[in-house]
Design a protein around this ligand. Structure first.
Ligand code: NI
Length: 392
């Protein structure tokens, strides 16, 4: 079966390259993937796959029917949105949209999803259950997976597989991780209310700017003394606003930041822990405060058996030299985790690096480029795993 899948993918290679370059030239921002969705729906329909549009606002579902008895549904998820970045690769199929670029490889993910659908549609006799292809919108704003789930994308799904490109792995190779792959990403907003006064007479005021600096310093120090260092927590304040003039003590400061964590238990304790520290520092200096901790996406925790499925599929197809077990997770976030609340799953990293170039531009860089050899690697790995899923 593997060599049959490899032959099918090789025959599809020119078409897949065309698809990837078309999507790359026509990027759309999160939640506005209208043309991409219509294009995806067209490709799926022409492969005889049942299509549902408008799932999760601008998402698409393709469902490959099965004549078999197995009631399980395997989901394969890819994402379609681009970023507000002006492309500077100079490629002849570069973005035709000013200020919008596929700089996170979602064009490749969509192509891998379509290629896998095309390959598996030709093997449907060998599949005892259904395969559901999720083409989700708005991953970059961490909303799309929620929208898809709300529209029933995970109903009756028994397992889900996903893929993300990775420029530090050579094109054509694959990275896998058991357990945590990405971090939970939560939003933090703190408002500190002091009392205004003359800059020359601080003792008659409550200086919200100085108290804000104490809050930030205390939070950073407290992480190192109170959080388990083997369960990383990163708190970054990226925005600070307050004050009106150099000689007026500020009565109000707002801070906004992101909180990243890998371990679900550490994450559960963070809102109360942060609120206690901020409230204690503020009250020590006579200020009032408000702490808003908003949960974003959870950490992607790859399922053991499904990661094994991906590993054995990739190793059989590409040899174990080309399959890396990643030693470290990332503190980036990925809303694939939202699906994992509904079924076990695993996401693999698809190498898109050019080893001969040494340093490859990172994701979200205006010169980020993809080694297109990765497309076939992604399709064969996913399609073969999609076949082997039913064999165990
Ligand atoms: Ni991405």
């Amino acid at each position: 079966m593997l060599s049959h899948i490899q032959d099918l993918a090789a025959k599809l290679a020119p078409r897949l390259l065309e698809i990837r370059r078309h999507i790359h030239s026509h990027p759309e921002l999160s939640g506005q993937e209208y043309q991409t969705a219509a294009y995806v729906a067209g490709v799926l329909s022409s492969s005889g796959i049942h299509v549902k549009e408008g799932i999760g606002k601008t998402g698409v579902i393709g469902e490959l029917a099965s004549s078999g008895e197995d009631q399980r549904i395997l989901a394969i998820r890819t994402d379609m949105d681009a970023l507000p970045i002006q492309e500077r690769t100079g490629l002849d199929f570069a973005s035709k949209e000013t200020g919008i670029m596929h700089a996170c490889g979602h064009d490749v993910h969509t192509t891998v999803g379509l290629g896998t659908a095309m390959v598996l549609s030709r093997l449907s006799e060998a599949l005892p259950g259904k395969v559901r292809f999720l083409f989700q919108p708005a991953e970059e704003i961490a909303q799309g997976a929620n929208w898809m789930v709300q529209d029933g994308a995970m109903e009756d799904v028994s397992a889900i597989l996903g893929v993300h490109v990775f420029p530090s792995i050579p094109g054509g190779c694959v990275g896998l991780r058991y357990g945590a792959l990405t971090a939970a990403a939560d939003d933090l907003e703190i408002t500190i209310i002091g009392e205004s006064g003359h800059g020359a007479r601080p003792h008659e005021a409550i200086d919200a700017i100085w108290i804000a600096s104490q809050v930030i310093t205390t939070l950073q120090q407290a992480i190192s003394r109170t959080q388990n260092p083997l369960r990383p927590v990163v708190l970054s304040i990226g925005q600070i606003n307050g004050g009106r003039a150099p000689n007026i003590i500020a009565d109000k400061v707002s801070l906004r930041g992101t909180v990243r964590s890998l371990h679900p238990q550490s994450r559960a304790n963070l809102p109360e822990w942060i609120e206690n520290i901020v409230t204690s520092v503020c009250s020590a200096y006579g200020a009032k405060c408000q702490v808003d901790y908003r949960q974003g996406v959870p950490s992607v925790q790859n399922d053991y058996a499904l990661t094994q499925l991906l590993q054995s599929s990739a190793e059989e197809a590409w040899g174990s030299d080309c399959v890396q077990i990643l030693p470290e997770p990332s503190l980036g976030a990925e809303d694939f985790s939202v699906y994992l609340d509904h079924a076990p799953g695993s996401m693999f990293r698809l190498g898109v690096g050019f080893p001969e170039r040494g340093n490859n531009h990172p994701l979200h860089h205006p010169q980020f480029e993809v080694n297109e050899a990765a497309i076939i690697t992604g399709v064969v790995t996913m399609a073969y795993a999609g076949y082997k899923y039913w064999q165990v």
